[in-house]
Design a protein around this ligand. Structure first.
Ligand code: ZN
Ligand code: MN
Length: 508
């Protein structure tokens, strides 16, 4: 039997505010000693009162705007009641029927994925279960961390969709600088709700799956404990296979929450899912409702350029190809760095080009070559060097100005690729100006034809057999002779010039 795969996502992201959601405790307890960033409010002592963190509200509004949500004029907090030792109050302050953001969307793989809501709540503490002990420990440092929850409609239909959605959302959170959104650290927790339904027997209405005729819907299964994009893809694929098998064998699926075991590559039963009425939601009596009308208008002006728009701009304005543009916009710092390099390079080329063209014409004349150089040198070579050092573009010692100067040296054929890599490595280590490095080392290409001529004549007389082969029509052997010349000059010769000179001598 063929089934339609129906996936919806729930993503919790920790906001990196200075203080917690409802008290003034520092919001950096992650690596601190257990129970040191807590107070009476975040551990729920009787008689204490919460206060709303304005920054967290603003960031939830901004995130909502970034994904095209309508921002509520009126919003409130509610109590979600359940008992678990990591929840000191016995309820979580969350938002139920009047969330901050509603009805947005994100485009993933050319599909419009509806975002039902984004609301604000507080994180719980953490339980620790020491090995071989008959007790558990609880660390409340995380209790009260602002948590923003996004819920999508069941508009995704593959593991790839699910992964791409999480990646796109992570980019947005990082662009807005509201969350570090590191999945491995639990700063962004993605859950997928998956169900399989027989083709043609269901329809979607108002973001919900409804059966047609007498069809009985298969339950949706919630996947948790996913802490990387890779795990997200694997877990969803595993679950699709598992559910298909159960259904094809005539078995029954139950509505449940399943965890993901990354080592075994399997999902496993955690618990049967509660439905909303079990939580006995009611308005939080200790917090005032919020009127956001003025605040949201002020914030709309602060919305930065977002990854998908930036990607389009890098393609149309500069001419990067799609693969490079995708790579660049993953990291806002990288995108900013590249734009600075381009603007420095542009300034340089506009003053060094002595033709009577306008500045725009000069740029247009050289744009393709420059973008190709950036793609080759900044994305591939420098990107590779940074990656092997586990680095981050915003922390490297090479300023955009120095990088542009480096590109200018390559652009003018003052250094060849081999010297370029060496200079780049020195720049990365010492943060020096490329021209200074060039002056101090002997990287400058041997352009001087009489010096090169001597070397090339020697190579020709040292390799009579190769020369013979070339003259008999096996022209590819010239590569060997070029290699010899590069070796002789320790990589300082310009291979293009060497080739020209070799051909001239060989055919004379
Ligand atoms: Zn506190
Ligand atoms: Mn939640």
């Amino acid at each position: 039997m063929q089934y339609d795969i129906i996936i919806g996502m729930e993503i919790h992201a920790q906001l990196k505010t200075k203080s917690k959601m409802f008290c003034s405790c520092a919001n950096d307890g992650e690596d601190k000693k257990p129970n040191t960033t807590i107070c009476e409010v975040c551990v729920g002592h009787p008689g204490t009162l919460p206060v709303i963190n304005k920054q967290a509200v603003e960031w939830t509004i901004l995130t909502g705007m970034a994904v095209g949500c309508e921002i509520a004029d009126f919003t409130k907090f509610d109590r979600k009641n359940y008992f678990y030792p990591d929840l000191p109050k016995g309820y979580q302050i969350a938002q139920y029927d009047l969330p901050i953001s509603l009805n947005g969307h994100l485009n993933i793989n050319d599909k419009k994925i509806k975002i039902i809501r984004i609301h604000l709540e507080e994180d719980t503490g953490k339980l620790l279960h020491p090995k071989n002990a008959n007790y558990s420990l609880v660390d409340y440092n995380r209790a009260g961390t602002p948590l923003m929850e996004l819920v999508t409609a069941p508009d995704l239909s593959s593991a790839e969709d699910a992964k791409n959605f999480c990646q796109e959302y992570q980019k947005i959170l990082r662009y807005l600088n509201v969350s570090d959104a590191n999945m491995e650290k639990g700063q962004m927790r993605c859950e997928a709700n998956i169900s399989l339904q027989e083709k043609g027997k269901w329809k979607k209405s108002n973001g919900e799956i409804k059966p047609l005729n007498n069809y009985k819907l298969n339950p949706k299964i919630e996947l948790k404990n996913i802490n990387s994009f890779k795990a997200m893809e694997r877990a969803v694929n595993y679950e699709i296979k598992r559910q298909t098998k159960v259904l094809n064998e005539g078995g029954k699926l139950i509505q449940e929450t399943r965890g993901w075991d990354d080592n075994k590559g399997q999902t496993y039963h955690q618990r049967e899912k509660e439905s909303a009425h079990d939580y006995r939601y009611f308005p939080e009596p200790d917090l005032p409702p919020l009127i956001l009308t003025e605040l949201k208008e002020k914030l709309r002006k602060k919305l930065p350029e977002l990854p998908q728009t930036k990607k389009e701009r890098f393609i149309t304005e500069y001419g990067f190809n799609k693969i490079d543009a995708n790579f660049i916009v993953v990291d806002k710092n990288l995108a900013d760095y590249i734009e600075k390099v381009i603007s420095e390079f542009r300034a340089w080329i506009e003053t060094s080009d002595k033709s009577k063209k306008t500045q725009d014409e000069i740029w247009e004349t050289h744009r393709k070559k420059i973008i190709r150089l950036i793609s080759n040198w900044l994305i591939n070579k420098l990107g590779g060097l940074i990656k092997t050092k586990n680095g981050d573009i915003s922390k490297i010692k090479i300023t955009p100005k120095n990088f542009a100067e480096f590109l200018a040296l390559i652009f003018q054929n003052k250094i060849n690729a081999a010297s370029g890599v060496k200079i780049l490595e020195i720049m990365l280590k010492q943060g020096k100006d490329p021209s200074d490095i060039l002056d101090s080392g002997d990287f400058e290409q041997i352009q001087n034809k009489s010096a090169l001529n001597q070397i090339i004549e020697k190579i020709i007389s040292d390799n009579p057999k190769i020369v013979e082969q070339y003259k008999n029509g096996k022209v590819s052997v010239i590569q060997f002779l070029i290699g010899q010349a590069m070796k002789e000059t320790k990589g300082k010769a310009n291979p293009v010039i060497v080739k020209e000179m070799l051909i001239k001598l060989l055919i004379s």
